[in-house]
Ligand binder design. Structure first.
Ligand code: PMT
Length: 391
């Protein structure tokens, strides 16, 4: 995602206004600058002072604010904005938006905008299901206004159903996706991620320390860039990325089967999973008992998913990862040649596995391109930009 995007966050009256505080914190952490505008009703649920402290900017509520130089806050506040997000958006505010009414600062600002508008509804289940509300939201979508959610679950009124505002993390993911240039629209990408687990007996297995963070970051970023993404995940505790077809396969052979099942018609394949090279010859049916002083487990070679995909008659654009603990560039270069890959991403395995950041070198026909250490999300963006340029 490009840096320094700027968002107007409109808060309307609803108990979900408390989630807007966390959202501002997350947006700022993601380098998105936030200008908060609240309705009078919103101030009954959360104070402008809280939002000011979190956003680092004065919060606007009324139409007649003399601190704005030209006296036109409804024009001035959205002038620099890349988007406006209303979260929470109450049923009343949405009805107002729909009719182009402008009787307070936030509704006037929405009417006068020339940037995209996104709304995150938050209301009681009956209000959400009411045909009037449903009609209003249908019309909003027809007017090209993005509707984020609502979620389903327990509500402040004690009922359970549709109408909850999405969580702050989910809204942040939507905003990041919205701001990401759609450079991979029309591309189909298959990505493997996480660790494999090779069972020895029903309760024990051989695995590794891959968390899935690098592969999931690539999957999320590729989807944000407009690609149709399938993620084949081994063992990982991460939640499935948004707008990604996520399938699970824990052993190397199950991952191999899932990849081959989905590989037809893919434009790009990226092997990020830490796939076990060997698996036990046999999986014991019962838990192996402790008896002898030592135990030998015979292992057999697993299939190499990446090599076999690259060897298909008309392979997708194949990208490998090389996780090395020494001679990183040399070994990665050898792997790229052996597996006939246009691109391989070399990383030092002990500092890459499990961490939130990574330092990688991209190796292609034009040589080595070292990237600075950065978060795995930023590294993912750079790798996908590089792939797009190579394509
Ligand atoms: O998951 P994280 O905690 O974020 O950590 C990220 C990572 C370190 C796992 C990742 O950045 C990485 O380097 N992944 C590749 C790990 C690996 O198994 O590397 P390798 O050098 O053993 O394999 C080379 C390539 O062949 C890899 O693309 C691998 O997915 C693929 N492979 C390997 C063996 C096999 N049987 N099938 C394969 O497809």
């Amino acid at each position: 995602m490009q840096k320094n995007k700027s968002l107007v966050l409109g808060i309307t009256g609803g108990i979900a206004a408390y989630k807007a505080a966390e959202l501002v914190r997350l947006l700022i952490k993601s380098n998105i600058s936030v200008q908060v505008v609240m309705t009078e009703s919103a101030t009954k649920f959360i104070t402008p002072m809280t939002m000011q402290a979190l956003s680092g900017k004065p919060v606007y509520v009324g139409m007649w604010d003399s601190t704005i130089d030209n006296g036109m806050p409804h024009i001035e506040l959205s002038r620099e904005a890349d988007a406006i997000l209303i979260a929470p958006a109450s049923a009343e505010f949405v009805a107002k938006l729909l009719h182009g009414r402008a009787d307070d600062l936030l509704s006037t600002l929405c009417l006068a905008r020339d940037c995209p508008l996104l709304v995150a509804p938050a209301m009681n289940k009956q209000m959400w299901e009411n045909p009037a509300t449903q009609r209003n939201f249908e019309q909003l979508k027809a007017d090209n206004i993005a509707v984020l959610g609502p979620g389903n679950g327990e509500q402040a009124c004690g009922e359970t159903g549709d109408g909850r505002m999405l969580e702050a993390e989910e809204l942040l993911a939507h905003i990041k996706a919205h701001f990401t240039p759609k450079i991979l629209t029309g591309k189909k990408i298959l990505i493997t991620a996480g660790a494999t687990l090779e069972m020895i007996d029903p309760v024990r297995g051989i695995t590794n320390l891959s968390s899935g963070k690098m592969g999931y970051a690539l999957a999320q970023t590729a989807a944000n860039m407009g690609a149709e993404v399938t993620l084949v995940s081994g063992v990982s505790h991460l939640s499935a990325p948004m707008n990604v077809n996520t399938q699970y396969a824990s052993s190397a052979s199950a991952m191999y089967a899932k990849v081959m099942e989905n590989i037809q018609s893919q434009d790009i394949f990226i092997g990020v999973a830490a796939v076990a090279d060997y698996a036990p010859n046999e999986i014991a049916n019962q838990k192996i008992k402790k008896s002898a002083d030592s135990l030998t487990i015979n292992l057999k070679r697993n299939p190499d998913i990446l090599a076999d995909v690259a060897n298909l008659p008309s392979p997708p654009f194949c990208v490998g990862f090389a996780a090395e603990s020494e001679n990183v560039i040399e070994y990665a270069t050898q792997k790229r040649t052996a597996k006939k890959l246009p691109l391989i991403v070399a990383n030092e395995v002990t500092s890459a596995m499990g961490n939130d950041d990574n330092q990688v070198t991209l190796i292609d026909d034009n040589g080595n391109h070292p990237l600075q250490r950065a978060s795995k999300l930023n590294i993912a963006t750079e790798i996908l930009n590089h792939i797009q340029r190579m394509l």
